[in-house]
Design a protein around this ligand. Structure first.
Ligand code: NAD
Ligand code: MG
Length: 401
C-alpha cells in the first residue's frame, strides 16, 4: 500500500523555525513524512534530526560538513542520502514526491530554493520573508502560474491570513476591496529597545539586541526586530502577500505580542488572531490548513496577560521602518537594495564591526547611491542584490577605518 502521508521538505531545519517545524511534525507522524532536511553547516544537529525523522535526503551547503554528516550517518546505518551544493536545495524543494516545503532559510540565500518550490507548484510555507522583499512580484506571479499555495509563517501574516475569509493558500491574487477589507493592522512588539533613548541605542551590543522580550529567534531576525527593520520587511511582505497598497497597512506597537495582527472590514468589524508568542501556532496552521493541527502551544491565559497595550511606532528612533516603507513606495529594486544593505549591515553589527545605530545609516546611504532597476527576472533581482551588497560593504569599511 502506498504512503498517504504528506511529504515535507524543511529548508533551514537547524534554525529556530526549522526546529519548531520539526517539533510540530513529530506530533503527527501519521500525517507527515520528512522528505528532506537542509541547512548551512551545522552537521551534528542535522545528524540528530536525520536519526529522528529519517528523511530521504539531507542537504548541507558546506562540503566539509556534508562529508562529516555522510560519515556519521553511514556509521549509523542510516539510509539518508547526503547532498551538497546550491542546486541540491532547489532539487529537494521541487522534487515530484514533495507536497509541501517549509522555506526557513534566513535571508537572500533562500531566494532560489524558495522559488524552486513555488515554481514546482508546492504548498509553500513561507518563513523566509526576505524572498518576498527582494522579489515579491515575481514570487506571487510564479505561484499564480504554477498554482502553488503560499501560506505565511510569519506570525503577523499568518494572523492576517486567518482573519481573511480564505480556505486555501494565497496565490490567486487577492482583492481586498472585494473582500470588504478597509485596512490591515500589522502589530509589532517594538523589540527589546522600545523605550530606549537615541543615546542608549548607540551603545547597544549584539548580545542585547538578540535578547528579544517575547520571541526566541535566529540572530539576524533578532537584530531586525531590535532595529524594527523586521517590521519594515514585514510591511513589504504584507503588500505582496495580500496584494495591498502601503496605505492599506498600519503598523501598531503592541508590546505583549498576544495579538498577532488584525484586519478591519468596511462595516467596522475588526478581527484579530491571538495566541501565545510561539511560532508552532502559525507553523501548525499552515501545515494543516484548512484543518487544525495540535501544535503543543499552551492555552492563552488572558487573565495572566491582564492587559493589551498599543502605541504608534517612533520613526525617529527606529528609522529602519521608515526606510522600508519608502522603499516599497518607490518600488522597482528599492526593496531588494534595502534588504541587501540590511543583511550586510546586520552581519557587520553581529561581527562587532558596526554600531547598532549605524545599521540604518548604511542602509539609507546605500539606497541613495544605488540606481534602481526593474526586478523583472531572478537575474535582475540577484544583480540588484549584488550591487547593493558591494556598495554597503564599501560604506561599512569606510565607516570602520
Ligand atoms: P536561524 O538563523 O535560526 O536559522 C536559519 C536556517 O537557515 C539554519 O538552518 C541555517 O543552517 C540555514 N541557512 C543559513 N544560510 C543558509 C544557506 N546559505 N543555505 C541554506 N541554508 C542556510 O533563522 P530563523 O530565526 O529560523 O529564521 C529563518 C527565516 O524565518 C528568516 O527569514 C526569518 O526572518 C523568518 N522568521 C523567523 C521567525 C522566528 O521566530 N525565528 C519568525 C518569523 C519569520
Ligand atoms: Mg513576524
Amino acid at each position: 500500500m502506498g504512503d498517504s502521508r504528506q511529504q515535507i521538505t524543511v529548508l533551514g531545519s537547524t534554525g529556530s523555525i526549522g526546529v519548531s517545524t520539526l517539533d510540530v511534525l513529530a506530533r503527527h507522524p501519521d500525517q507527515f513524512q520528512v522528505f528532506a532536511l537542509g541547512a548551512q553547516s551545522s552537521w551534528q544537529k542535522l545528524a540528530e534530526q536525520c536519526q529522528t525523522f529519517k528523511p530521504k535526503y539531507a542537504v548541507l551547503v558546506d562540503e566539509t560538513a556534508a562529508r562529516h554528516l555522510q560519515q556519521r550517518l553511514s556509521g549509523e546505518g542510516s539510509e539518508t542520502e547526503v547532498l551538497t551544493g546550491e542546486r541540491a536545495f532547489q532539487e529537494v524543494a521541487s522534487a515530484s514526491e514533495v507536497d509541501a516545503v517549509m522555506a526557513a532559510i534566513v535571508g537572500a540565500a533562500g531566494l532560489l530554493p524558495s522559488f524552486a518550490a513555488v515554481e514546482a507548484g508546492k504548498r509553500v510555507l513561507l518563513a523566509n520573508k526576505e524572498v518576498l522583499v527582494m522579489a515579491g512580484g515575481l514570487f506571487m506571479a510564479a505561484a499564480r502560474r504554477s498554482g502553488a499555495e503560499v501560506l505565511p509563517i510569519d506570525s503577523e501574516h499568518n494572523a492576517i491570513f486567518q482573519c481573511l475569509p480564505l480556505a486555501a493558500g494565497l496565490s490567486a491574487g487577492l482583492d481586498l476591496n472585494a473582500l470588504g477589507v478597509r485596512r490591515i493592522m500589522l502589530t509589532a512588539s517594538g523589540g527589546p529597545f522600545r523605550q530606549a533613548s537615541v543615546q542608549d541605542l548607540a551603545q547597544v551590543t549584539p548580545e542585547q539586541a538578540c535578547a528579544h522580550p517575547n520571541w526566541s529567534m535566529g540572530p539576524k531576525i533578532s537584530v531586525d526586530s531590535a532595529t524594527m527593520m523586521n517590521k519594515g520587511l514585514e510591511f513589504i511582505e504584507a503588500c505582496w502577500l495580500f496584494n495591498a497598497q502601503p496605505a492599506d497597512i498600519q503598523v501598531v506597537i503592541h508590546p505583549q505580542s498576544v495579538i498577532h495582527s488584525l484586519v478591519e472590514y468596511i462595516d467596522g468589524s475588526v478581527l484579530a488572531q491571538l495566541g501565545n508568542p510561539d511560532m508552532r501556532t502559525p507553523i501548525a496552521h499552515a501545515l494543516g490548513a484548512p484543518k487544525r493541527l495540535a501544535s503543543g502551544v499552551d492555552s492563552l491565559d488572558l487573565v495572566a496577560t491582564a492587559r493589551l497595550d498599543f502605541e504608534s511606532p517612533d520613526l525617529a528612533r527606529f528609522p529602519c521602518l521608515g526606510l522600508a516603507q519608502s522603499a516599497v513606495a518607490t518600488g522597482l529594486s528599492a526593496p531588494a537594495v534595502l534588504n541587501a544593505a540590511n543583511e550586510e549591515a546586520v552581519a557587520a553589527f553581529l561581527a562587532g564591526r558596526l554600531s547598532f545605530s549605524a545599521i540604518a545609516e548604511i542602509i539609507s546611504a546605500t539606497l541613495e547611491r544605488v540606481s534602481f532597476t526593474e526586478p523583472d527576472s531572478l537575474e535582475a533581482v540577484q544583480n540588484a542584490d549584488l550591487t547593493a551588497r558591494r556598495v554597503a560593504q564599501a560604506l561599512i569599511s569606510a565607516s570602520t577605518t
